[in-house]
Design a protein around this ligand. Structure first.
Ligand code: G3I
Length: 398
């Protein structure tokens, strides 16, 4: 049975993942796909870890929605991307409308991040620490964080997250930074600013909310990815979907959608240190698109009655060919460990070399999962890589 995550790993990615939201947990046909680690090796809670869900009133923390998803993902042996800590949206009014000084708002941010990151400590492969700090023109959003703290809130938040879970990879996450423009330039400057503040940043999440027929070219996507990896951080497509401008989509529009999805996956495979692709999410029934873009929709890989679309088949075929082609693209391109910028104010993520699982045969390639709670061993790391424990749930050939 060909499934996306299995094929993506065979092509050299760390994972192929999906967002999952709480309302869909009651749909057993949906959850059978979502929590099948052959199909999806990584899960992102779509809403349950956001500030309004976790800390709806000051110092009152509620992890029920986030945990409902993360516990299922852990049981299935799936990697977690955790989303998100500081964002202007889905921010409770006690934060956005508060009368803060520099020190009181810093205290609010520290409390929120420390509590939430500690709750999930050891479980998150990555955290989206700051989400969408930039507006559509590439200027800083004038939200409560920026208005009180200026741009300093960004390294401040990363520093708090690093202190609470030194092993989690810390990402900046945004949309419309997948191609050249003022917003990409501004996002590059955010990464540089965090680094020059001496604070740890490990990755940039490019959300990847695209439109059928208007998806950037592969060359453009690759160029943007490389502008981040050149700074020493890893990258991932974190919220990929490709929406139809009018629905129901014709057969040719579905074929174009398939082409667009493959373009994005192919760009990731082509770039060293692009670790994975996450769709947001996989079934049209639970897509955020129709309620945000009236008349648009059908953005996902499965239809709302859970039938796979041409986009699914095309991605699967592409990944299969990437894995079997001589000198497969991604396995050969992902040759270095994810970069970690260690600093004077944070502790470097600890990657120890104690294998979580071992086997006699050296079959698992660089970057692939080799152990962790719930992982069924498939062999040992190929020479010269070592099975390195990232956290309780994840070990990787590094
Ligand atoms: O929780 C309330 C519920 O109490 C109320 O009854 C209901 C009535 O509408 O609304 C519920 O809140 C909704 C929330 O999702 C949780 O389901 C909001 O209305 C709705 O706007 C919100 O939408 C989410 C959106 O972020 C908000 O911006 C989407 O589900 C979620 O998929 C989407 O995800 C974002 C990423 O986090 C960041 N990047 C863009 C992406 C798409 O917008």
């Amino acid at each position: 049975m060909v499934s996306l995550n299995s094929l993506a790993k065979g092509a050299g990615l760390l994972y192929f993942g999906t967002a999952v939201d709480n309302p869909s947990l009651s749909n057993s046909a949906y959850t059978a796909i979502a929590f099948n680690s052959s199909e999806f090796g990584q899960i992102t809670p779509a809403n349950g870890q956001k500030w309004d869900s976790v800390e709806p009133s000051q110092n009152t923390f509620n992890y029920a929605n986030g945990d409902a998803i993360t516990t299922k993902a852990q049981a299935a042996g799936q990697i977690l991307r955790c989303h998100n800590l500081v964002w202007y949206n889905q921010l409770p009014s006690w934060v956005s409308g508060g009368s803060w000084t520099t020190s009181t708002l810093q205290s609010v941010i520290t409390t929120h991040i420390t509590n939430e990151v500690t709750h999930y400590k050891g479980k998150c492969y990555a955290w989206d620490v700051v989400n969408e700090a930039l507006d559509d023109s590439g200027n800083y959003r004038t939200d409560v964080f920026y208005n009180i703290l200026g741009t300093s809130y960004i390294p401040f938040a990363f520093n708090a997250a690093a202190a609470a879970d030194p092993s989690a990879k810390l990402y900046y996450n945004d949309y419309n930074i997948e191609y050249a423009g003022a917003k990409l330039t501004a996002a590059i400057n955010i990464v540089k600013g965090i680094q020059s503040a001496g604070v740890k940043i490990d990755g940039v999440g490019l959300q990847g909310h695209f439109i059928v027929g208007s998806t950037p070219s592969k060359a453009s996507l690759i160029s943007a990815l490389q502008s981040f990896t050149a700074l020493g951080v890893e990258v991932a497509y974190t919220e990929l979907d490709v929406r139809q401008s009018s629905v129901p989509a014709s057969a040719s529009a579905q074929q174009q959608q398939a082409t667009d999805y493959v373009t994005v996956v192919s760009a990731c495979l082509s770039v060293k240190d692009c670790v994975g692709v996450t769709v947001w999410d996989f079934d049209d029934q639970y897509s955020w698109v129709p309620s945000t873009f009236s008349g648009s929709g059908e953005a996902d890989l499965w239809s709302s009655n859970l039938v796979k679309k041409p986009a699914y088949t095309s991605i699967a075929s592409f990944l299969k060919s990437a894995a079997t082609a001589p000198g497969a693209t991604a396995t050969s391109s992902l040759t270095t460990a994810a970069s970690t910028i260690t600093t004077s104010v944070t502790t470097a993520p600890s990657i120890t070399s104690a294998p979580a699982t071992t086997a006699a045969v050296g079959t698992i390639g660089h970057w692939n999962q080799c152990g962790g709670q719930g992982f069924a061993s498939a062999g040992a790391c190929a020479s010269p890589y070592t099975c390195s424990t990232i956290n309780t749930y994840y070990a990787q050939c590094l």
